[in-house]
Design a protein. Structure first.
Length: 402
């Protein structure tokens, strides 16, 4: 075999090696744009999704506006709503526009709120005495009759109420909290639950894929390398597990173990052990027949040296891709288990649990309760899938151009 050296290149031409071993991983990564085109950008897009979600999970205690389990607002507050306005009778305002409502400016005033609305929640938190009405029309009529001096009303209804009741005027608005993604049926902040739910679902998915790989990879390496009866027994057992539908097996295990974070992780891990085993075993059976493995044996290399120095490094690219794809699948499985009530307990924020509680209210028009968790599950699963599909080619050193 001949190799090209600087001395072998004709005079006047520049010698450039086919593969530069000194190229760093980041430089090699960015050079992939010339080789893969749209595929490279899709892979980077998937990686950016994952980085964003990972940062969200790490910074959840800082960026989440509220405790995800706290009943912080009125049930079914639509996205972007929650702020309140104060209405009074025209010319009879007992307060001014700049008055601090948390102080004594409302002391001695008759205040009206609507039951189970954000105005009632806010005044209760501030310890403000108020009269509660079942309907908005009853509260407005009480203000016009003089039963109350001030009423709290949702800012989203302000224009319509003022147009229908010319005898009223607004003195303050922007009071209370705005819920950017709305609230659920219990009045919990959807934004906070979405942020904390990312930490939960990623933790379950990554831990389950990690446990599966720690069991499946060694079994696959040993089974294919040793062969014989050990290979037959392991293949029979793990192929039997693999024959069961993955979600059905996870459901059975989760139902048997009970709802908890570690039990869900174990249930999902068992599902993916055969996948790692089969992929690794197939790779080892192919690799150990290569000439360089026979050469290593002929020079006296020990079996464990051949396995971990010659075979395992060539299996790793497939393992990396499989690990990423299994995380994507584990996210869907975890959400599915929680959706049917066999996953995490209710006190742990989880996107699957929010889907479970939100789907029954879609017909009532509360679409946001399932929309945002569903989008996040799709995005994160797609991110891992895109990243896994592209890693094997993007990081392939044989396709690096100097």
């Amino acid at each position: 075999m001949t190799t090209t050296t600087p001395e072998a290149v004709p005079a006047g031409s520049e010698w450039r090696p086919l593969v530069d071993s000194d190229i760093g991983i980041m430089r090699r990564f960015f050079r992939g744009r010339r080789w893969y085109g749209a595929e490279w950008y899709i892979t980077v897009f998937g990686a950016l999704i994952l980085v964003t979600v990972l940062l969200t999970t790490l910074l959840a205690p800082i960026i989440a506006p509220h405790d995800p389990n706290e009943f912080i607002g009125a049930p079914f507050t639509a996205p972007g709503h929650g702020l309140q306005a104060l209405l009074v009778r025209k010319g009879e305002s007992p307060i001014r526009a700049g008055d601090d409502l948390a102080g004594d400016h409302l002391a001695g005033k008759a205040i009206g709120t609507q039951r189970n609305k954000n105005g009632a929640v806010w005044t209760k938190e501030k310890g403000i005495e108020r009269r509660r009405y079942n309907k908005q029309e009853e509260m407005i009529a009480a203000l016009e009759r003089g039963e109350v001096d001030i009423i709290f009303i949702g800012a989203e209804w302000l224009d319509g109420v003022l147009a229908a009741n010319p005898g009223l005027e607004m003195v303050q608005k922007g009071i209370g909290r705005r819920y950017w993604l709305g609230t659920n049926n219990l009045g919990q902040d959807a934004t906070s639950r979405l942020i904390w739910g990312a930490r939960t679902i990623l933790l379950v998915a990554v831990m389950s894929a990690l446990f599966s790989s720690l069991v499946g990879i060694p079994l696959g390496l040993t089974s294919a390398f040793v062969g014989g009866k050990l290979d037959k027994v392991l293949s029979l057992v793990l192929d039997s597990i693999y024959s069961f539908p993955g979600l059905l097996l996870a459901v059975a295990l989760a139902a048997m173990l009970g709802p908890s974070l570690i039990n869900v992780t174990i249930a999902i891990s068992v599902v993916y052990v055969p996948t790692f085993f089969r992929i690794v075993r197939g790779q080892v059976l192919s690799i150990k027949e290569n000439t360089y493995i026979e050469a290593a044996r002929s020079i006296g290399a020990r079996p464990h040296t051949i396995l971990f120095s010659y075979i395992f490094p060539n299996v790793m690219p497939s393992v990396v891709v499989l690990f990423s794809l299994n995380i994507a699948d584990a996210i869907l499985t975890s959400a599915g288990l929680t959706f049917i009530g066999l996953g995490l307990p209710p006190d742990i924020p989880d996107w699957g649990y929010d889907l479970n509680k939100g789907h029954q209210y879609v017909v009532a028009g509360h679409w946001w309760m399932i929309t945002f968790p569903g989008i996040m599950i799709t995005l994160v699963a797609a991110g891992f899938s895109l990243l896994g599909e592209g890693l094997s080619e993007i990081l392939n050193p044989r396709l690096v151009k100097s």
